[in-house]
Write a protein that binds this ligand. Structure first.
Ligand SMILES: Cc1cc2nc3c(=O)[nH]c(=O)nc-3n(C[C@H](O)[C@H](O)[C@H](O)COP(=O)(O)O)c2cc1C
Length: 447
């Protein structure tokens, strides 16, 4: 078997415990989405035969927390530390002269030639959803890597949907203010480490590709683009090189969001692609958008790691931060604290709201509860939370535009202190068989 470069999506697929290969012909219009939806929570999927296209399609790479951890060569217990450490130890990318993502080079690409899936009934067209987009501010030299959806508009043009507070939108507005357009490179078919790095909320100008390098334990190899002064991961599958024109906008129509419903955000920018480079036998990557495991967890682990970094200096007892699946990987956080001092839970709640606008509900548990385990968290709420004392509701807080219940740009926030309060009970001892007997029986029966 060919040994694939460790920074490639192919190496990730090779290392996966199993891959679902679908040989039956599938139509990019909804059939790929339907299969990814049925197989959500399972192993990666490769569509070997896509009707009307030579290229294969792959998706569902990391649809669970365990899958994310394993893709980063760690486990659940080590995942957050690995991400936080990588952010603090970013490794600048290494420029190489050639890479497989440039085996085939074509100018003026027709996006209709790519097997871009149509996902959801009410959306107005197919979307590129796994595009990790590289851009750079020509004035400051600051680079940025982030994911944003692209909807083909015919030929080499696409709509791009970027939240106004995201750094790519900030760079686009800065270019417009200088009377310029913004070069972008949409890279498709990346290792999960690159996808997760793209979702981190870092400072403007902190290059997420350098964090991807730290996750690999070596600088990420990049090659120069053909038409733009940008560098792209050498081992990705497909690169679309283009120019974002901040003066040209088009209406989008309904689009799915992480919460699982449609949003109508209005107009967005247009990108025109001047070149496409790709591997000879490129595999097109799709992330099932909406309320689907991969979309949820790519964002959730990145936002949780960012929160852990931000809370570390402020809440001394911090153990771990989770951004939950049920909260669509964006709206609900759970914070675990080791032996919190009085008031630490409330401080943590306000610190989370201050750090990430999207988070609406924060639950605080103690360090013996896994914050990613929804049942364990509910058990802590059931045993420790007194509604008259431990709920904080803050009305009228500025909301993210993706908040499903925002009205007039505001939403109320809920904090739940589910830590133990000594005044509530004299005895918190968990009812269990004696510890020595538990251990003896585990050893004896190899439990
Ligand atoms: C699969 C996937 C699709 C995404 N699509 C979009 C999108 O269409 N628009 C957007 O603004 N953010 C989208 N995001 C979220 C951003 O990539 C993420 O918030 C990123 O951190 C923003 O980059 P920035 O920190 O450089 O601003 C998506 C994330 C994932 C995982």
């Amino acid at each position: 078997m060919t040994q694939h470069h460790p920074q490639s999506m192919r190496a990730f697929l090779d290392a996966a415990d199993s891959v679902v290969r679908i040989d039956e012909a599938v139509d990019p219009a909804f059939e790929i989405a339907a299969c990814l939806s049925h197989l959500d929570g399972g192993p990666p999927v490769v569509f070997e035969n896509v009707a009307g296209h030579d290229l294969r399609v792959t998706g569902n790479h990391v649809t669970t927390l365990d899958a994310v951890a394993s893709a980063l060569s760690t486990d659940r217990a080590g995942l957050q530390d690995k991400l936080v450490t990588a952010v603090g130890n970013a490794l600048a990318p290494a420029l190489v002269s050639e890479g497989p993502c440039q085996e085939v080079i074509s100018g003026d690409p027709d996006l209709a030639g790519l097997p871009i899936p149509g996902f959801f009934e009410e959306e107005t067209g197919p979307y590129i959803t796994a595009g990790a987009i590289i851009a750079r501010d020509t004035l400051t030299g600051r680079a940025n890597l982030s994911i944003a959806r692209l909807k083909p508009l015919g030929g080499n043009r696409a709509f791009i949907g970027i939240a106004p507070n995201h750094h790519l939108a900030v760079l686009a507005r800065a270019a417009r203010d200088r009377g310029e357009r913004l070069d972008v490179a949409v890279t498709i078919g990346n290792h999960p480490a690159v996808m997760i790095a793209a979702c981190l909320y870092l400072g403007l100008g902190d290059d997420e590709l350098a964090v991807a390098g730290a996750l690999f334990g070596e600088p990420i190899e990049v090659v120069p683009c053909q038409t733009a002064d940008l560098y792209v991961p050498a081992h990705c599958e497909i690169v679309l090189e283009g120019v974002l024109d901040p003066d040209e906008t088009v209406e989008e129509g309904p689009v799915s969001e992480f919460h699982g419903m449609y949003e109508r955000y209005g107009a967005g920018y247009v990108v025109t692609f001047g070149a496409m480079t790709r591997r000879k036998d490129a595999i097109y990557q799709a992330v099932l958008p909406g309320y689907a495991g991969e979309h949820i967890y790519l964002g959730a682990v990145a936002i949780a790691a960012g929160l852990a970094r931000s809370l570390k200096g402020k809440v001394a007892s911090l153990a771990e931060v989770a951004v939950t699946h049920g909260g669509a990987g964006r709206l609900h956080a759970v914070i675990s604290l080791n032996e919190p001092r009085p008031g630490a839970a409330r401080k943590a709640i306000f610190a989370v709201w201050g750090a990430v606008n999207l988070i609406k509900q924060v639950t605080v548990v103690e360090g013996d509860v896994d914050p990613w385990d929804a049942v364990a968290v509910e058990h802590a709420v059931a045993n420790h939370m007194r509604p008259d004392r431990d709920l904080i509701v803050v009305p009228g807080v500025q909301a993210d535009r993706a908040e499903p219940l925002e009205q007039g740009g505001v939403i109320s926030k809920l904090g739940i202190d589910a830590t133990r309060h000594n005044e509530d009970r004299a005895d918190w001892t968990p009812a269990r068989p004696p510890a020595d007997v538990m251990e003896r029986m585990r050893a004896k029966l190899k439990l």
